[in-house]
Design a binder for this molecule. Structure first.
Ligand code: NAP
Length: 270
């Protein structure tokens, strides 16, 4: 798969990335079916397959149980994976808590560096609690991420947004946005268009409606979901969560097909 530049950053990502919620958290999730958190060997095999298929970006968060620590241990150090992680939300004893202060942001980034066994974080996103504008205008998190970028601990930052107003602001002021993109979230089209216009890198979350796009869960299908995503210009990578190798292969094939179809529909320059 051809890599795509993440907005105006110097980070290149595959058009499909791997979501890692299921590597570390099985409580308070909205998937259609229950699952067991995979053991180390299964995660290592999945990571090896993802890399072999051309995937170079993985999404994690402190709120995904021990996902960060497992990736720190299991990602091969000789493969230049792009890691996206988050700040602002913690998940302990089945309960989320949020802290968007500068001090909590600094502590969270320092903890992620240790857990991921990295000297620099590629992308850090604010894990929004839903009140994007309050986070943007009344909390210290974004100023602190800018400072951490200036001292070289973070390469790019932004917000995983939950509102159109927040999304449109991030599109104009941050390096990267993470936004839902599926048939259920039509509002996000204008956020994606604004981000594309402003060269803000676009990561998609919930592209398969957290699994509900699967026809067996009542959805319109995996191919249709990827066609919907890649019909919108500017998407850098669709971060898709899976712990099933066959689903991973199917998703890479579907993304390749959706991109080829989009490219063939674009007018050719003379
Ligand atoms: N920042 C945020 O606020 C936020 C919120 C939500 C998610 N995220 C990130 O985005 C990632 C993706 O979101 P998500 O996990 O909620 O939803 P998603 O990627 O839309 O869907 C994941 C679900 O789809 C299933 N699936 C994947 N491929 C499939 C296929 N080919 N056929 C049938 N089912 C398939 C997976 O089950 P199997 O494991 O069985 O394949 C899993 O249950 C997360 O892992 C996380 O990294 C971020």
């Amino acid at each position: 798969m051809e890599l795509r530049t993440l907005g105006a950053s110097n980070i290149a990502v595959s058009p499909i990335g791997l979501g890692s919620v299921k590597f570390g958290r099985d409580q308070q999730v909205k998937y259609p079916r229950g699952f067991t958190i995979p053991d180390d060997r299964t995660v290592s095999n999945l990571l090896a397959l993802a890399w072999e298929l051309g995937i170079n970006v993985i999404d994690t968060a402190p709120a995904y149980g021990n996902s960060e620590a497992r990736l720190g241990q299991l990602l091969p150090k000789n493969q230049p994976w792009v890691i996206v992680t988050k700040v602002g939300e913690a998940f302990d004893n089945g309960q989320s808590s949020f802290d968007f202060s500068a001090a909590a942001t600094r502590a969270s980034v320092e903890r992620s560096l240790k857990r991921l066994q990295r000297e620099q974080l590629d992308v850090v996103l604010v894990h929004s609690d839903g009140d994007d504008m309050q986070i943007i205008h009344h909390q210290g998190v974004l100023a602190e991420l800018q400072r951490l970028k200036e001292v070289g601990l973070v390469r790019a930052y932004g917000i995983s947004t939950k509102t159109v107003a927040g999304g449109c602001w991030v599109a104009q002021h941050c390096d990267v946005i993470m936004v839902s993109c599926n048939r259920d979230s039509d509002d996000d089209r204008q956020v994606i268009a604004a981000a594309h216009q402003n060269s803000c890198g676009i990561l998609v979350k919930k592209g398969l409606q957290s699994g509900h796009a699967d026809p067996s869960a009542g959805g319109a299908g995996i191919d249709a979901a990827f066609k919907f995503i890649f019909s919108q210009p500017g998407i850098s990578s669709a971060i898709i969560g899976t712990i099933n190798p066959e689903h991973l292969r199917q998703n890479v094939a579907a993304v390749t097909c959706a991109i080829a179809q989009t490219n063939s529909q674009q007018p050719h320059r003379q």
